[in-house]
Structures are given as structure tokens and as C-alpha cells.
Ligand binder design. Sequence first.
Ligand SMILES: Nc1ncnc2c1ncn2[C@@H]1O[C@H](COP(=O)(O)OP(=O)(O)O)[C@@H](O)[C@H]1O
Ligand SMILES: [Mg+2]
Length: 278
Amino acid sequence: MTSPTTAKATEANKTLVAVAGMHKKFLHEGRSVHVLRGIDLMIDRGEMLSVVGPSGAGKSTLLHILGTLDLPSSGTIHYEGHDVTRYSPSRLAAFRNHSLGFVFQSHHLLPEFTAVENVMMPGMIRGAEKTKLRADASSLLEEVGLGHRLTHRPGELSGGEQARVALARALVMNPIVVLADEPTGNLDSATSDAIHQLFFDLNKRRGTTFLIVTHNNELADSMPRKVSMRDGQIESDVRRGPGTGPFRTVERGGSPADAGSDDAGPDAADLDPTEAAD
Ligand SMILES: Nc1ncnc2c1ncn2[C@@H]1O[C@H](COP(=O)(O)OP(=O)(O)O)[C@@H](O)[C@H]1O
Ligand SMILES: [Mg+2]
């Protein structure tokens, strides 16, 4: 029998992120703009959740604050039981580099560097050993289907391939959570589907926690948990039951160009609509 203390410890261990009573106000032209209005959010280890809501709802602001790129005006953010809002700027920078992975819509790859060098960058910043880092970065690129593009520069990669490099870079330090803000917002639907499938594969294989801000309803609806925001508040927070199956593609009468693209290739073959639960 588990004692109440053990049960409590297990519960705490399951919780990766705990946001409580969080507000964010910006000062804009002398006026205070109240953007986040009391956010409470718990994220479990290994969870995959989408954050949806109309433009201006505060999704990016929430993601930035969760990513410690900005501070809340009030409230707390605990990662693994530690309130990161109390960290010094240098400790916060180290935490961000070690523990968080970011993927943004514009992938922010460094144009002068190759794919593998871009993926190595977070480790270079941390001062990791270069040979091992290069090996890790190469195997991650392999894992996201880009083993054949290691020495290409971003300008020599398609949008979907750039997204994969950004994803590999987000994963290279083995982060406790990947925070993504409309990561496939600029991509065509077949390419997006392939990248979304990759999120699911990585979550399953590595147990990586993903929080994905998205306008893509199919993606949001296929994820195990969907948080909807409106006017700086969480309007609903819905979990689907276990065993609801993998992400599924919906027939869209796809264009031959999409179907034949590099990105659609191996991933599209993995997507079996007949496997879909629901
Ligand atoms: N630095 C800022 N200063 C003032 N207002 C901001 C700032 N950043 C965001 N906002 C405002 O906060 C609201 C939410 O923005 P954002 O989080 O980007 O929304 P979403 O990502 O849901 O579209 C918007 O009304 C936006 O204008
Ligand atoms: Mg946004």
C-alpha cells in the first residue's frame, strides 16, 4: 500500500510544470495592457498538449513566459518543483539552455551554418564536447529524416526541412519540454502533417513533453489535451482518454506536388488513416 506521503511525492513527480495565478501586464504608451488574466495550468511529464485560441488571446505571451523569455507580472511558475520566476538572470539562462526546447514559426536558423551546426548550437553555447555533440546532432537529424542533409545550409533546405532542423535543435539538449509556437504555420498541409507526425513519434519514442500553440484544428484535435484560450484566460482544458490513437491525416484530395515532395515521403507512408481511433 502506498502511504499518503508516497502518493503525494509520486503526484508531484508526475507534474512537470505548474503555473498558478499568473498574470501578465505590459506597459504600452503609458497604459497598462492586461494580457494574461489569471492562468492556472499543470503539465505532466510526457504530456502533449495544444494551446489554441483566437489571435490576440495571449498564446504567444504564455509560451514566452513558460519559456522564461519573459517574466510574469504576478503568479508562480514551477518546473519540477522549482519556482523559476525567482531565478537570477544567469541561472534562468542556464535553465533555458539545459531544460527547454523552442520551435518557432520562423525557424530562426543561422544562415551561415550547416544543418548539423545549427543543431549543435545550443550545445556549443553550453560548452559541450564538440565530437559527441556533432554525433548527437547528426543522429537527431537522422531521426527527423534529414540524415541526407547534414551539410546543407538553411537556404539550401525546403521549409519542411528547415522545420525539421529547428525541431532537432530544440531536442539536442534533451529538454524536459519542447515549446512550439505555430511551428508549421508557414508550411503546406502535407508538409505540416509530416512534421506533426514527427511530434507524435518523438513524444512516443523519447517521452518528450510537447506544448504546441497552433491554429491547425486537425493537429489540436488529434492531441491528447487541448487548452483553449480567450482574452488572456483559459476557457477550456480538455483531455482525451487514453488510447485515442495516433495523429491521423484527413483526406484532402491532396495535390500531386505535395504528395511527391521530399517531406511527404517517408512520413506520409507511416500515416495510416485506417488506424485512427475516435
Ligand atoms: N510587448 C507587448 N506590449 C504590449 N502589448 C503586447 C505585447 N506583447 C503582446 N501584447 C498584446 O497582448 C495580446 C496577446 O498577444 P499574443 O500573446 O501575441 O497573442 P496570440 O499569440 O494569442 O495571438 C495582444 O493584444 C497583443 O497586442
Ligand atoms: Mg501568437
